[in-house]
Design a protein. Structure first.
Length: 458
């Protein structure tokens, strides 16, 4: 039986996830040209890369559907039956807490490790998606335990399955999942094409320096962190370039996943918003996310939950599950500051876990015999430190937001200047978060998905 399962996993890994093909960039140039005595080649996107990502989405959806059935039976259904038979407030039972935090969440945590080993996954970007699919289900389980699922999600088992199936937030009404239109599909496909092209051009520039504009002076471990190094302009340049790369990466993958979910007939909120150029509508009208972020740091708008969560990430998926799975449950008993701090810490912890998934060893060998590129030792603690830093900024804002100087800055400085000031609070320490992705071959594994130009005569 064990050998049969291993054979199935090996077949899926080799034929549907292309584990050997995607282990390294083996593409040959489809076009070569010469510029200024240098020979360059254009590499076409790898079809196997995108097929493997699609397979990961399907596998994640199947696993999430199984957990959704357990979630609905033991957590959601008892809450619904209580609300139908009693007007008193429902409190999470020991059974729902045990099933949620003792069964479903642990299964979400361990699933990617066993899945990566079972399916022979070696590409670190595919590992990343494998982890994201499980991560969203874990936080949505917390939403169910504390009763903060989006409206109409708990109306039926099918709604819960659809909600947990993909790492996007689908929209529901009284009938069920709101169907998408071909206009939605076209929108996401077009934007995916544009983002993919832009990402290819940007990667073509960064790959020439191995994704580091300047040599890294700080070591990979938590003990190597230095605030003095954060003020080094070489480090600032590296941080800025990688921050842009991460934004384009996440935007590109967001459009890809949105296109797939729209194609299967589901309408969803966008996974990503550009924190500078996009806007969102609230009751008071339309305002830039940057201005929301500024309001959190420079004005007394902590009463706006949207502001606090947008400081965590411009991803609306992260926004959603941190708001409903962490912030709101904590906020029911504690202050806004405590809830915001809990959300920051949760973000730090899940990024640490996600990093362990991405850098999970490709092979059975461990310890001294396991060396790069098969194995990298993550710098655990750096991600959490980065989010603790940002939580500290929120604490300072909470204490000083009423000061006249901040009100004066918000009133008189141009938005671009204020946004640069806000960015400067996190940019010097951004490498605490990005370092492990840059020093490994994560971005080299990812570049398989888009057209890039490389130099051939080096």
């Amino acid at each position: 039986m064990s050998s049969s399962l291993q054979s199935i996993g090996s077949w899926i890994g080799h034929n549907l996830l292309y584990s050997e093909v995607l282990e390294s960039d083996q593409r040959l140039p489809c076009l070569t040209f010469t510029i200024a005595n240098g020979t360059y080649g254009l590499l076409a996107p790898s079809l196997q890369f995108w097929l493997a990502l699609g397979t990961c989405l399907v596998l994640g959806a199947i696993y999430s559907a199984i957990l959704s059935c357990v979630m609905y039976k033991f957590i959601i259904l008892p809450r619904k039956l209580h609300s139908q038979s009693s007007s008193s407030k429902y409190h999470s039972t020991s059974t729902s807490l045990l099933i949620g935090f003792g069964v479903i969440m642990p299964l979400c945590v361990i699933y990617p490790y066993y899945g990566i080993h079972f399916l022979l996954i070696k590409n670190k970007v595919i590992k990343f998606l494998f982890g994201i699919a499980s991560l969203t289900t874990a936080f949505r389980c917390s939403e169910a335990v504390f009763g903060f699922l989006p409206t109409h999600v708990d109306d039926s088992l099918w709604n819960v399955i659809v909600y947990n199936a993909f790492p996007v937030e689908c929209k529901f009404d009284k009938v069920g999942a709101i169907p998408s239109t071909w206009a939605n599909v076209g929108y996401y496909v077009r934007n995916f094409g544009v983002s993919c092209t832009a990402l290819g051009l940007y990667c073509s520039f960064l790959v020439m320096s191995d994704y580091k504009l300047y040599p890294t002076e700080e070591g990979p471990k938590l003990g190597d962190v230095s605030l003095y190094n954060a003020l080094n302009w070489h480090q600032l340049a590296n941080n800025f370039s990688i921050a842009i790369l991460f934004q384009i990466y996440l935007t590109t993958f967001s459009y890809a996943i949105n296109a797939v979910t729209s194609l299967v007939g589901l309408t969803q909120i966008p996974m990503m918003l550009n924190p500078i150029f996009e806007s969102t509508r609230e009751e008071g009208g339309s305002e830039s996310i940057v201005l929301q972020f500024l309001a959190c740091l420079l004005a007394s708008f902590l009463s706006s939950l949207t502001c606090i969560v947008f400081t965590l990430n411009s991803s609306l998926v992260v926004h959603g599950f941190l708001k409903r799975g962490v912030y709101k449950p904590v906020r029911t008993k504690y202050s806004r500051l405590a809830a915001a701090t809990a959300a920051f810490l949760a973000s730090g912890f899940f990024h640490e876990w996600l990093l362990s998934v991405v850098l999970y060893p490709d092979y059975d060998s461990v310890g001294e015999d396991c060396a790069p590129p098969a194995c990298f030792q993550p710098g655990y603690g750096r991600n959490t430190l980065f989010f603790v830093w940002n939580a500290g900024l929120i604490g300072i804002e909470y204490a000083l937001s009423g000061a006249a100087i901040f009100k004066l800055l918000k009133k008189h400085l141009p938005p671009v200047i204020i946004s640069l000031l806000v960015t400067s609070t996190a940019l010097p320490v951004a490498h605490w978060f990005t370092n492990d992705y840059v020093r490994t071959d994560f971005f080299h594994d990812g570049q398989l998905g888009w057209p890039i130009v490389i130099r051939l005569d080096e």
